[in-house]
Ligand binder design. Sequence first.
Ligand code: DGL
Length: 271
Amino acid sequence: MTNRRPIGIFDSGIGGLTVAGAIKRILPDESIVYFGDTAHLPYGDKSKELIAHYAVEITQFLLEEKNCKAIVIACNTASAAAYEALRDTYKGTVPVINVIDPMIEEVIADESLRNLGIIATKTTIASGVYQEKLSRRKPSLHYSALATPLLASMIEEGFYNNTISRAVLAEYLSDPLLSGIDGLVLACTHYPLIKDEINAYFEGKVKLFDSAEVVARKLQGILEKEDLLDRDGSPQDHFYVSDYTAAFEAATRIFFREKVKLELCRLGLDR
Ligand code: DGL
C-alpha cells in the first residue's frame, strides 16, 4: 500500500523537471508530485537561510499534504542550503535525496579525470559544498568552481540554442578558472538544457556531468533497498508551481520532454 505513494520532487522552478524526467524514464510506474517554486525563482542569488526556509515548507507540503514516500531535492542550490537539515528531520521516516552527493560519487569514481570544473549558481558555489566534499573524498583531484549566475534565469526565460546563450556561455566558459579542465560538473538542474551548447564550446573535449540520470539511478537504488518501489503500474503525476505563467507551462515540454499541466499552489511561503 505504501509503495503506491508518490515521489516528491522540488526545485526553484522548472529546471528540476530535468531530474523528474529522468526519474520517469527510469521508473515509469512511479507517481510523482513535482513542486516548482516559481514565485521565488531564482534561488541561486538568495541567502542560504531563506532557501532553507522554502525547502522546509515545500518538503512539509509534499509529505503532509501529498503523502510522498521519498523526497528528491532536484536543485543544487536547495541541496547545498537545506539537505542536512531535511535529512536529519526525516531520518527513519522517508528517504531524502539530494543532487550533490550522487554527483560527487560519480565524479570521484572516474579515474580519467585530472582537472575538474564546476559551474553552478552563486549560492551553490559560495556554500563550498562541492569543494569541501571533493577535497575530502579525492584530494588528488584538482578542481575549480565558477559561479555562473546568469545561466538559470537565462534558461528559464527560454534563451538557449541561440546567439544570446552562446555569447553568455562563451563569456563564462572562457574564464581562466576553467582553462585546461578535462571534466565539467553542470551543478545546476537547469543546465542539461544547455549541455549541447557547452559541449560544442569545448568541441567535445571536456567530459560533461549532469545530475538528472545519476540522481534518478540513486533514487531507484534507494527505493529498491527500502522496498518502496511501486509495482502496480498506474502512475498519476501532479505538477505544482507557486506562481503560474503560461510561459512556464510551455517550457515544461522542453524540460520534461512532454507538456504537463501545471497546478497553482501558493503554499504561503513568504514570511
Ligand atoms: N536549478 C537550481 C539549481 O540546481 C537553481 C536555479 C536557481 O533557482 O537559481 O541550482
